[in-house]
Design a protein. Sequence first.
Length: 452
Amino acid sequence: MKQLFCLSAIAAVCCAFLFCGNASTAGDALAGSANDGLDTVRPTGMIAYIRNDQEIRLIDSNGLNDRQIWTHANAKGQMGIYDLAWKPDGRELAFSSGHEAAHSLYAADIYCIRPDGTGLRKITNAPDHKAFAKYKQGSVSITFRNMQYSFDRAQSSYGVFIVSIAGAKEPQQITLPPGATKTVVFKEVADFGNVAQPIVATWGNYRWFMPGTDVIAGKSTKAPDFTISGDGIQYFGAYRPMWKNDGSEISYRDGLCLVKRIPANPQTGVHHYQPLFGESYPAGSCVWDWGPTAATKNQVLYSENESEDGSAFYITKEGGNHDPAARQTLFSDLKYQIANDVRWLPDGSGFVYSSTSISTEDGSHLSNLFLYNIRTRQTKQLTNLKGVYARKFCISPSGQWIVYEQCKKTNVAEDYMLDIQNLTDVDLWMIRTDGTGEKLLVKNGLGPSWSR
């Protein structure tokens, strides 16, 4: 697992070095103001959740008024919707979705919509595909080379790839066996300004990418040759959006748990990259949360799993290095364990987390909710589930209730890479933060988020 984290980190650093740039004035003008109309938007106080990986729904905390607010024909399966997160003021809902995976650098991107399902906007790798036609067009030729040895068993050995450049009207499929070379021409590519528009090749869930070239409207551009080798990066995308307390930024992770941050109103046509942590990066930080109060807004609660004592939660400043002395509590006495979820209490006095353990009675997996008090350093188990599993959850704005996924089946080995796929029989349950009053909220629901 450590090798997976290192591979992701190296790739992300390459992105940071190669993709930074400034969008053109024309591109900024086309993007408009991301806050247009938000002044009149009111928070709903409702719980948003995902159904069947393909639709976002809202429901009252009493289980009434259940309704769909967004879906997309391409949002399904591994290209579906992954996670939801309400903006702290309740005026927008951020979510991760792979419905534009064929047109984006990422396998899944972060988007925002208003509580009524309008105002969709793309946050990572903006603009969205529908906006490409608003830009002036150029053409780009790219020579792809498959440098994988034919006798190696790697993803690039299969030889069939979907390739594209950011801004291209449509991707193309090419057959490129190991050792082969092929030149592809993209005739309608949006010019995002004086920036390198990245090029990507995909095979299943694996992606290879490079910074690409500056597309020039009305002209034909020859991009640098694109070399495909090795296994690529699995689930290279943006998952699990988390808002900063003031709504100015969104943090997210890729499929290998490298956590990044992006302005809530980013420039279009630019690949934004900024890590949430410093150079001493925590391993296994698949779950984290930004501080919920004015006093904690620059603090990050996160998981780490390389300590000899086991896997634990820590608190540090955003942009800070991992500090073993900042440990709060262990969630497992084993190394390299992955927590299911973690969230601050709204008043910052502690946090709730979900983790999986192994029963000492029969060796089965157990997954429950726990409440940790920062002042007393005491942990209280909130659920005592057997045969079902607690996974992702959200906490009510009052701090009195938790809505959580209760799953009849879980894939412990794979869940850290892709949060909600490959799960069956998942319902949303409610329980008080004192561990009482457990009740069913809605059947067939995933990834809850509670609006203020």
